[in-house]
Design a protein around this ligand. Structure first.
Ligand SMILES: Nc1nc(=O)c2c([nH]1)NC[C@@H]1CN(c3ccc(C(=O)N[C@@H](CCC(=O)O)C(=O)O)cc3)C=[N+]21
Length: 293
């Protein structure tokens, strides 16, 4: 039996719809919609596309989107100064510094300049610490999206064995912590893990976030598992550019119960969760409860 394909695009679009309603109610109650600022340094073509898409999605959800662009030659101090000005601006609810930054800029330092209350990526030390502690904070968008997708298949994640392949700051580590918070038994696997195929075969929920095209083979997937493919790899195949995940989708879907496609799986959820975080940040900054979505 072929797996059910988890339609991340449709789930994200339904979530964005609900966020839009909440954002409009917020605008009525507070006199202005939530506002997201995106800082883009340099002219990386992929980043330009992401930022344009984020801007469009933000406006479609009834929120305000502003962009601060700096040249690739901007110094770390200049980028930090832009972030600090956005921190001070009361009309800004969320700040996202688009990655990657030019190599001469230390991304960690710049991210840490963001006011944790406006850190809609959930990447500052403060929000990472809050995630570790299990207290209220802003959670990273892609991992949050993954948990929503897993719950679209399994009502309760409690007691399930989750294997997360990849330990990046952006995805692997925070996703492991979020799944732990859902009472999964979490295995954090990575490039030095021994017997990776065997460990993957033990997963009820298999999450691949390594950035290696089709690393996870079909027979690494347990029958009936939920597979979340977080990889977005651009490859050249038969002379055409294609987007593929970290999982061999065609093979894995013959064993999984449900699987996310690439594109159209986890990616769209990242943007929906970013908008959700912006709404949450806007509400909390005004001392009201965040959205119940
Ligand atoms: N501060 C920061 N926060 C981020 O969250 C962040 C970032 N920097 N830098 C770049 C990565 C990448 N990222 C994606 C978001 C949505 C899709 C997405 O919606 N992808 C579509 C299709 C994309 C396509 O066709 O190229 C999909 O998977 O269906 C992909 C990638 C957010 N990132």
């Amino acid at each position: 039996m072929s797996a059910r394909i988890i339609d991340g695009k449709a789930i994200a679009s339904a979530l964005r719809e609900r966020i839009g309603e909440e954002a409009r109610a917020f605008a009525k109650a507070h006199g202005a919609p939530p506002c997201l600022a995106v800082v883009l340094v340099g002219d990386d073509p992929a980043s330009q596309v992401y930022v344009r898409n984020k801007g469009r999605a933000t406006r479609e959800s009834g929120m305000i989107s502003i962009e601060k662009r700096l040249p690739a030659s901007a110094s770390e101090a200049e980028v930090a100064a832009v972030v600090r000005a956005l921190n001070e601006d009361p009309s800004i609810d969320g700040i996202l510094v688009q990655m990657p930054l030019p190599v001469h800029i230390d991304a960690h330092s710049v991210i840490n300049e963001i006011d944790p209350a406006k850190d809609v990526d959930g990447l500052t030390e403060t929000n990472a610490g809050r995630l570790l502690l299990g207290v209220q904070g802003l959670r990273p968008c892609t991992p949050e999206g993954c948990v929503i997708l897993a719950k679209s298949v399994r009502d309760r994640l409690e007691g399930l064995r989750a294997v997360v392949v990849g330990r990046s700051i952006l995805v692997g580590k925070p996703l492991s912590l979020l799944l732990l918070a859902e009472n999964c038994t979490v295995v954090m696997a990575h490039s030095k893990t021994r017997d990776l195929p065997e460990i993957c075969r033990s997963a009820d929920i298999l999450c691949a976030a390594v950035g290696r095209p089709r690393l996870i083979e079909g027979d690494w997937v347990k029958k009936g598992a939920v597979v979340l493919d977080i990889g977005i790899n651009r490859v050249e195949e038969d002379g055409a550019a294609r987007l593929v995940g970290d999982v061999d989708f065609e093979a894995a879907k013959e064993r999984a119960e449900a699987i996310t496609p690439v594109p159209g799986g986890v990616g769209p959820m990242t943007i929906a969760c970013l908008l959700r975080n912006t709404l949450i940040a806007a509400a909390r900054r005004r001392g009201v409860r965040g959205p119940a979505i």
